[in-house]
Design a protein around this ligand. Structure first.
Ligand code: SF4
Ligand code: SF4
Length: 232
């Protein structure tokens, strides 16, 4: 089994980004260390479907909200464990590899800001940043946790190209967001307001509720069978 076959066997979706093709922008944002190795393997791991499907109920049910939050963090641990196995596999094959976990950091790297795992998945051509600013895939929508493996293993034949947004005219997350934090603009830097999202979630805390929302993750038609029929 080769490296990519092994990565595919452990992840729900994965892809390879050739960082040398995007070196200038990456170094400007993250610093030289992000291009220590030429390739990034983006690893996507699905959050539990049965928990995600309860999100609309979590606004009035604190137990379900806590379960969703637990799954959110557990999925981060699981994707990190998967990545560590792949790192070990790559090293056993005689190459170097470093895991950037959900925090976007690694002890071996001195980055200007934590790396966004969304960037490696997008550059690998397996997802796009939706209007909700979540990395969205055609198959699972945004219902995934991500990590990235940097490596010098020769993976050029697997490298994808940056993926364009497939949001199009969809406004489902715009209309569903209870914090009015998403507007209908194509660029997620303009469509998604982290401030308004944060204010909504903190407002829930002030009401004595768990710090959970996730409606934009639940409702996206690329991951939601019920709303998928609304995609044009
Ligand atoms: S987490 Fe909630 S408040 Fe924040 S953008 Fe998503 S739907 Fe809106
Ligand atoms: S719900 Fe629609 S607009 Fe929002 S991220 Fe998903 S596809 Fe894009």
């Amino acid at each position: 089994m080769n490296i990519i076959e092994y990565a595919r066997s452990l992840s729900d979706i994965c892809g390879v980004a050739d960082f040398m093709q995007n070196r200038e922008e990456l170094v400007e944002v993250y610093g030289e260390d992000i291009c220590k190795y030429p390739y990034a393997i983006a690893i996507g791991h699905k959050m539990l479907e049965e928990i995600i499907e309860t999100i609309p109920l979590t606004y009035n049910d604190d137990e379900l909200a806590k379960k969703y939050l637990d799954e959110y963090y557990d999925s981060h641990k699981r994707v990190s464990a998967i990545s560590q196995k792949i790192v070990k596999f790559i090293r056993n094959a005689g190459f170097d590899a470093i895991e950037l976990d959900v925090s976007g950091t690694a002890p071996e790297l001195n980055l200007k800001v934590p790396f966004s795992n969304k960037a490696s998945a997008n550059l690998a051509g397996i997802g796009w940043l939706g209007k909700n600013n979540l990395l969205t895939t055609e198959e699972f929508g945004p219902r995934l946790s991500w990590s990235t493996i940097l490596t010098n293993a020769p993976l050029s034949e697997y490298a994808g190209k940056s993926m364009e947004s497939l949001c199009g005219d969809c406004t489902i997350c715009v209309n569903a967001c209870p914090g009015k934090a998403i507007v209908d603009l194509p660029d997620p830097k303009e469509s998604y307001s982290p401030q308004k999202c944060g204010e909504f979630i903190m407002g829930r805390k002030e009401e004595g509720r768990p710090l959970a929302c996730g409606m934009c993750l639940y409702i996206c038609p690329y991951g939601n069978r019920k709303t998928r029929t609304l995609l044009k």
